[in-house]
Design a protein around this ligand. Structure first.
Ligand code: URA
Ligand code: CA
Length: 434
C-alpha cells in the first residue's frame, strides 16, 4: 500500500477502505508517513468528506493506536460523560457524585487541558489534600467500593489523534465533522466505558455556533458510538452564556457544592440533572427517562448526592469539610466589580471573551507549562435577559494578579451588550440525539 495512492483516491472523491485507513493511521503514528502527506490527505478529506463507514473506521483505528482501557473488573454498566467544551462548565463535578449515588459506577479519567479554566482534575485539586494519582488497582477498588473515582490521564490514549489533531490545528483542517467526531470518539472509546453521554455545546462560547451544525456533529458521534456497539446519547445545550455564574477552579468547586446542596444556579442544576438522568437510564438503573429523572431529583433533594461527594473527597485524601465551609478553598488576594455603564436588558454575552477574561486573571493555562491560579476567576451576576441598572455589577473578578484586572474588566465590558427592549431568555437544552 502507498500513501500517495490513498491521497489520490480521496482527492478524487472515492471512499477509503478500512485497510487503507488503518494503514494511514498506523504508519503516520509510527512516524513512517511525513506530515506533508498526512496534511494532504486531511485536506482531501476536508473537501471530499468521509461517509459514515469511513468515519467509524477512522475512529476505530485511532482508538486502537494506543491503550484501550479495560474496566471489566468494575461492577455494573460504566457510563462516561463528555462535554465538547464550554465556559464555566462545572457539570462533571455535580453529575459524577449524583449518578454515583444512584448506583452508577463513575470511573473517570480526566485531563488538565488548556483552556479558560483548568480541567476537572485542576478544579478538584483546589480541595486541600485531594489527589488524583491513584494506581490502577486503587482506582478500580475505589469505584467498586464508592462507585466513584477520578484519576489524571495517565494512559496513552489515542496517540494517533493527538498527532493528527496537532497537525489539523496548523493546516486549517480542524472543522470537518468526520474529523472532529472521530477525534472525540476515539478518546472516549479508548477510555473503556460501556455507554457515552455527549454534551454538545452550541453558541458563541462553543465550537459549533448554530444548532444545525451542532446536531450534525452530535449525529455523527452518536452513529460512531452505535457502530462500535456503545449506547450513545447526545444532548445539545446552549453556550450563549457561561453556564452557572462561576468561572474558575475553586469558584466552580464552590458552585458545584452549592448545587449539590440544592441551591445552585437554575441552568447548571437543569443541565446536571438532565445529563445525570440519561446516565442513570443508560446504566439501566431506571426503566425510562422519567423514572431516571425522578431518582436523580430524589438523590439531589435528599442530600445523598452531596454525601456521595463528601465520601469521594475523603476517599481521595481531601478534606470533606469544604462542603460546609467554603472558606477552606483558595482565596484570591484581589477582587473587583465590573459595573454596567448604563441601564438595560442583557442582550448577549460573548461567552468566549468571558472565558478569555478568566484566563487573563489566571484561571487557565495559556500553554502546557503555565501555572494555574486555582483562586482566580469570575462570578457573573447577570444572565441574558436579565435587567441591570447603571452602576450595578455585571461580574466580580477574583485574582492574585492585580495588574490584570483592568484588562479583564475591559474584555467583559466589550463582551456584554445591552438593549432597551426585553430579551427572551435562551433555552438551555436545545435537542436530544439518540
Ligand atoms: N475536540 C477534540 O478532541 N477533537 C476535535 O477535533 C475537536 C474538538
Ligand atoms: Ca459555572
Amino acid at each position: 500500500m502507498r500513501i500517495y495512492d490513498i491521497i489520490l483516491k480521496k482527492r478524487n472523491g472515492f471512499a477509503l477502505t478500512k485497510d487503507e485507513i488503518n494503514y494511514f493511521v498506523h504508519e503516520y503514528t509510527k512516524g513512517n508517513i511525513p506530515d506533508y502527506q498526512a496534511a494532504s490527505l486531511l485536506m482531501a478529506i476536508y473537501f471530499q468528506t468521509m461517509n459514515k463507514e469511513e468515519t467509524a473506521n477512522l475512529t476505530e483505528a485511532m482508538m486502537n493506536s494506543g491503550d484501550v482501557l479495560d474496566l471489566s473488573r468494575i461492577h455494573g454498566i460504566k457510563v462516561d460523560k463528555h462535554s465538547t467544551g464550554g465556559v464555566g462548565d462545572t457539570t462533571t463535578l455535580i453529575v459524577a457524585p449524583l449518578v454515583a449515588s444512584c448506583n452508577v459506577p463513575v470511573a473517570k479519567m480526566s485531563g488538565r487541558g488548556l483552556g479558560h479554566t483548568g480541567g476537572t482534575i485542576d478544579k478538584l485539586e483546589s480541595i486541600k489534600g485531594f489527589h488524583v494519582e491513584l494506581t490502577n488497582e486503587q482506582f478500580i477498588e475505589n469505584v467498586n467500593q464508592h462507585k466513584i473515582a477520578v484519576i489524571g490521564q495517565s494512559a496513552n490514549l489515542a496517540p494517533a489523534d493527538k498527532k493528527l489533531y496537532a497537525l489539523r490545528d496548523v493546516t486549517a483542517t480542524v472543522d470537518n465533522l468526520s474529523l472532529i467526531a472521530s477525534s472525540i470518539m476515539s478518546k472516549k472509546l479508548a477510555a473503556g466505558s460501556n455507554a457515552i453521554i455527549l454534551d454538545v455545546k452550541v453558541g458563541s462560547g462553543a465550537f459549533m455556533k448554530d444548532l444545525d451544525s451542532g446536531i450534525a456533529l452530535a449525529q455523527e458521534m452518536v452513529d460512531i458510538g452505535h457502530h462500535m456497539g456503545r449506547e450513545t446519547v447526545a444532548i445539545l445545550t446552549s453556550m450563549e452564556q457561561p453556564l452557572g455564574y462561576a468561572i474558575g477552579n475553586s469558584l466552580e468547586i464552590e458552585e458545584a457544592i452549592q448545587t449539590l446542596h440544592g441551591n445552585g444556579p437554575e441552568d447548571l442544576t437543569e443541565l446536571s440533572t438532565t445529563i445525570a438522568s440519561y446516565m442513570v437510564l443508560l446504566a439501566k438503573e431506571a426503566v425510562d427517562i422519567d423514572a431516571a429523572r425522578e431518582r436523580v431529583m430524589k438523590q439531589l433533594q435528599s442530600g445523598e448526592a452531596l454525601n456521595k461527594f463528601r465520601e469521594f473527597i475523603e476517599a481521595q485524601g481531601g478534606d470533606p469539610s469544604v462542603t460546609i465551609d467554603a472558606s477552606l478553598l483558595p482565596k484570591a488576594a484581589y477582587t473587583m466589580e465590573v459595573l454596567a455603564p448604563e441601564d438595560g436588558f442583557i442582550q448577549s454575552i460573548k461567552t468566549d471573551d468571558i472565558g478569555v477574561a478568566a484566563l487573563v486573571l489566571g484561571a487557565g493555562r495559556e500553554n502546557k507549562d503555565s501555572q494555574i491560579d486555582l483562586a482566580a476567576g469570575i462570578i457573573m451576576k447577570r444572565k441574558v435577559g436579565d435587567h441591570i441598572l447603571k452602576g450595578e455589577p455585571y461580574a466580580t473578578l477574583y485574582t492574585n494578579k492585580k495588574d490584570m484586572m483592568k484588562k479583564a474588566q475591559d474584555i467583559i465590558l466589550n463582551a456584554i451588550s445591552l438593549t432597551n427592549v426585553p430579551v427572551e431568555k435562551p433555552k438551555l437544552i436545545k435537542a436530544i440525539v439518540m
